[in-house]
Design a protein around this ligand. Structure first.
Ligand code: HEC
Length: 153
């Protein structure tokens, strides 16, 4: 009888861990390897691991792009049927060659052509620099598409 006290709770714990998490071994192993984030990301079938690691300003630029611009210019700034590619526009042969030209368009927009101003979008000017740096990195091939990682410093 005494054994049941010792064995049963362990058996229940093992069984419930196995039942509630198919492939639970992998999941429950994650917290113990938390200091190195790469292995769990690599085994996640739904999210590919980040390919770029950005400083905070540039990372926030990516975030603001995703919030305010991606719905028209595409998730990776590659353009859509509705709005042009910013990878091309900020590139060497593009229309928006300088940061000043970029900021003029972003702050004023081109309301008559379907491009809203920053104020209309609710984009704060503190993010302008990071937004430009993110898009410039996309246009010169330094940054890949997709979700980047953030370097904390
Ligand atoms: C509602 C859709 C929409 C949103 C949101 C939007 N844009 Fe645009 N954007 C456009 C359209 C349409 C054009 C093309 C305007 C034209 O024909 O001159 C454009 C043009 C531009 C251009 C000039 C490109 C070129 O080749 O001349 C830049 C730069 C730009 N957008 C940046 C941004 C940024 C940065 C954001 C987010 C802060 C943003 N846009 C959000 C629709 C949008």
């Amino acid at each position: 009888m005494r054994w049941s006290f010792l064995v049963l709770p362990a058996a229940i714990a093992a069984a419930s861990a196995g039942c509630s998490h198919p492939g639970g071994g992998e999941v429950s192993a994650a917290p113990s390897s938390a200091p190195s984030p790469a292995p769990p990301a690599a085994t996640d079938p739904n999210h590919s691991p980040p390919r770029d690691t950005l400083d905070a300003e540039r990372y926030n630029g990516w975030k603001q792009f995703s919030l305010h611009c991606a719905r028209c210019h595409g998730d990776n700034a590659q353009g859509t049927s509705f709005a042009p590619s910013l990878v091309a526009a900020l590139g060497p042969a593009g229309d928006v060659a300088t940061q000043d030209a970029f900021l003029a368009i972003v702050s004023q927009g081109r309301p008559d052509k379907g491009m809203p101003s920053a104020a209309t979008l609710g984009l704060d000017s503190v993010y302008f620099n990071g937004l430009y740096r993110y898009l410039k990195g996309r246009s010169n091939g330094q940054l890949h598409g997709g979700r980047p990682a953030r370097r904390d410093q």
